[in-house]
Design a protein around this ligand. Structure first.
Ligand code: SAH
Length: 361
């Protein structure tokens, strides 16, 4: 078959034009060529495995006012919470007992002393409770270099900080233009995380208003250029209590956004081979088998939500977030899915990014 897509997929690395071409495929045949290539790369460099992290949504209090996010500081309808230490520890104990291997602490962004100390203390206590066995990923936004270093020394070893969009102009269309939402500060934070020693994850939202395939191709090249160890990408989903909701008629249909995200996952898998890629929860909002399909497309990390149920309705960063599903129920769904029958869910390991390990030797 003489096919442009097939020709591109044979190359060692992709140009911007080639990525744009891959992102714009229309036929099922062409899409499948990309998914098959991603599956091949994944099997070779990662294996048919899924690593777990128990996701703890620590607090929805946020000092930022991102125009897309439901828990933005400017949303007065959110009832704000912060888990206490015992609650976080009991979630972590659950993850440990269930042999997940790792937890993620995610939070609205705060950088006051109390917050920084609390996270530090939690890291130490989770390490202690699990005899150093539980891996800890943080997703607590932009912090000073000193804070990042301190948390790393206390035992956190992976950090997720999405750039949201690597195009500065688009970034400022989805964030307020002020010092608290500075594009260059976010880039600098990614640098600081790297030099502090973390496995660093980043990513973008797919299907934002004003976003083009050119932007998405640049996002993938950006992730490659900064040499991330992990990627978290998900579809943008509008939230009625945010300013970006006004542009809801200008975003692609849910199905298109979903499929574009799958393509983004597959293409970054082909481009970066041995990184960790998360199957984001938002995929399930657009397709009932969303996260399973993300795994098939090339993702290898699943983050079951283990936040105490009573808080979950307050961490609705987007509309129709599937917040009720229990972690064990999600895992049953994964284990019994015919689509995943050859896949193994890894137990009791940190599930680090092979990309990072290869760099360090
Ligand atoms: N404060 C942390 C964690 C933020 S929540 C930080 O800044 O990293 C985690 C992710 O949710 C964000 O990085 C963003 O990409 C995603 N998110 C927020 N609002 C969203 C929306 N409306 N649709 C889809 N994803 C959204």
């Amino acid at each position: 078959m003489s096919n442009k897509v097939l020709e591109i997929l044979k190359k060692e690395s992709f140009t911007r034009e080639e990525i744009i071409r891959l992102l714009s495929v229309q036929t099922e045949v062409e899409k499948n060529l990309i998914f098959e290539k991603a599956a091949e790369v994944r099997e070779k460099h990662i294996g048919k495995t899924i690593a777990l992290r128990g996701l703890i949504e620590y607090s929805n209090t946020c000092s930022k006012n991102c125009l897309y996010c439901g828990i933005r500081s400017g949303n007065p309808l959110v009832s704000r919470y912060c888990l206490n230490e015992e609650e976080v520890l009991s979630c972590s104990k659950y993850a440990y007992d269930q042999n997940y291997g790792s937890v993620v602490i995610q939070s609205g962004e705060r950088s006051d002393k109390h917050f920084v100390n609390s996270i530090d203390n939690l890291i130490r206590r989770i390490k202690k409770l699990s005899n150093g066995e539980l891996g800890i990923t943080l997703s607590c936004g932009e912090q000073t270099e000193e804070t990042y270093r301190r948390w790393f020394e206390s035992g956190a070893h992976r950090y997720l900080l999405r750039i949201e969009s690597s195009n500065e102009e688009l970034y400022y269309r989805i964030h307020p233009q002020d010092v608290n939402h500075d594009f260059n500060k976010r880039l600098l934070a990614l640098n600081h995380l790297k030099s502090a020693g973390y496995q660093v994850g980043s990513g973008v939202m797919v299907g934002l208003p004003f976003q083009t395939d050119e932007n998405l191709a640049d996002d993938l090249l950006f992730l490659q250029k900064i040499d991330v160890d992990m990627v978290g990408m998900g579809p943008y989903i509008e939230h009625p209590e945010t300013p970006l909701y006004n542009f809801r008629n200008e975003i692609p249909e849910p199905k298109t956004r979903f499929e574009k995200t799958l393509l983004m996952i597959a293409i970054i898998r082909i481009m970066m081979k041995n990184i960790n890629i998360a199957a984001s929860t938002a995929m399930d909002t657009l397709d009932k088998e969303g996260r399973i399909k993300a795994i098939i497309a090339g993702a290898n990390v699943l983050m079951p939500n283990i936040t105490p149920i009573k808080y979950r309705e307050n961490y609705l960063i987007y509309k129709d977030k599937p917040f009720i599903i229990e972690a064990d129920e999600l895992l049953v769904r994964f284990k019994s899915s015919p689509l995943l029958k050859d896949f193994e869910i890894i137990q009791g390991k940190w599930g680090d990014s092979p990309h990072f390990k290869n760099k360090s030797v």
